[in-house]
Design a protein around this ligand. Structure first.
Ligand code: NAD
Ligand code: LMR
Length: 331
């Protein structure tokens, strides 16, 4: 067993995703069964959330997790991000029924300036930042701009939940186990304009569009089911996805740490370097391959046919609009 714990900061740790997440981190699901972890949980400086956070800490203690070396509960970002190796930025308002995620932008965006600065000044030298709070692509852009000393490639936002949703939809339609579906891919924004790509997905070694011959289902139902799944869950549950979001975050971090198997990629929102015509600097979802040493690259060479290109243009235009709406926060 490694003796040095990984320090993981989680904002919004008393919220719904936080509650579904921190126990799984402490159990070793994010960093492996031999890796001790220290949890630095951050909430807003109000009585109720801080009281709830202390309750979460009590329950963590009561699990007597062998890998959990230390628990910090704080409302002070400087303390919460101190020496952090991974900063998981979940804390922010979720949308309600009838809202788009971008409707949250002026309320949630400012959270990520202060947290970005605190990470810049207090997190560990090799810190990685993952943004989950919505609209997560643009919030990630804000955090990245607020932390100029951290290399841009340390920042990512999460479309892993959408990737998992797409994988499950394809598996259900084809009547196969999810394990037989690989390389499902999301392009663009974690929003209702995202582009779930069935052209590059495979089902049992065949292109998904050959394994599923119902082209109309792929082009219409599949796309809409994935694009609108978050809203469907809000309608059904009365609040936004939490356990599946926490599960996706575990997959996101694990897959950025491990080398991606040959011939595969994962959907990750990262800073565009201009790949696939996405304007440089936007945080957009791409096919990403990790090298297992902390680095990653955008998989090159996937063909964007007319169908994908048209949809990619729409989601990229939305990312540009969101960026314009927060231009004052990108100082
Ligand atoms: P929640 O309301 O249950 O919990 C959010 C928590 O964050 C609350 O406890 C709140 O007190 C805390 N918080 C708010 N501002 C904070 C700040 N500045 N610092 C620290 N903590 C703060 O919401 P939730 O269901 O956990 O969702 C959290 C966010 O994640 C929402 O924005 C939601 O839309 C987003 N989300 C993203 C994805 C994705 O795939 N990217 C999936 C699901 C949810
Ligand atoms: C999701 O995709 O479930 C989350 O982003 C929550 C939401 O607002 O849809």
């Amino acid at each position: 067993m490694s003796s040095t714990p990984i320090r993981v900061s989680v904002t919004g740790a008393a919220g719904q995703i936080g509650y579904a997440l921190v126990f799984r981190i402490a159990a070793g699901e994010m960093f492996g069964p031999d890796q001790p972890v220290s949890l630095q949980m951050i909430e807003i400086p109000l009585e109720l959330p801080m009281q709830a956070l202390r309750g979460v800490a009590m329950e963590l203690e009561d699990c007597a997790f062998p890998l959990l070396t230390d628990i910090v509960c704080t409302s002070d970002p400087e303390e919460g991000f101190k020496d952090a190796d991974w900063c998981l930025l979940v804390g922010s308002k979720p949308r309600g029924p009838g809202m788009e995620r971008s409707d949250l932008i002026r309320e949630n965006g400012p959270i990520f300036t202060g947290q970005g600065r605190a990470i810049n000044d207090h997190a560990g030298a090799d810190a990685r930042v993952v943004v989950v709070g919505n609209p997560c692509n643009t919030n990630c852009l804000i955090a990245m701009h607020s932390a100029p000393d951290l290399p841009d490639e340390r920042f990512s936002a999460m479309t892993r939940l959408d990737q998992n949703r797409a994988q499950a939809q394809l598996a259900n339609k084809a009547g196969v186990a999810t394990t037989l579906v690989r390389n499902t891919l999301i392009w663009g924004n974690h929003s209702s304009t995202q582009v779930p790509d069935f052209f590059h997905a495979e089902i049992d070694g065949k292109p998904a569009y050959e394994a599923i011959s119902d082209r109309s289902w792929l082009e219409n139902t599949f796309l809409e089911n994935v694009q609108k799944r978050g809203a469907a869950i809000i309608k059904a549950r009365g609040s936004s996805s939490a356990a599946s979001a926490a599960n996706a975050l575990i997959g996101h971090v694990r897959d950025l740490k491990q080398a991606t198997p040959e011939g595969e990629w994962r959907s990750v929102c990262v800073r565009s370097d201009g790949s696939y015509g996405v304007p440089e600097g936007l945080i957009s979802s791409f096919p990403v391959r990790a090298d297992g040493r902390g680095g990653w690259e955008i998989q090159q060479g996937l063909e964007l046919n007319g169908f994908l290109q048209e949809k990619l243009d729409v989601t990229v235009a939305e990312l540009e609009e969101e960026k314009a709406l927060v231009s004052d926060l990108l100082g």
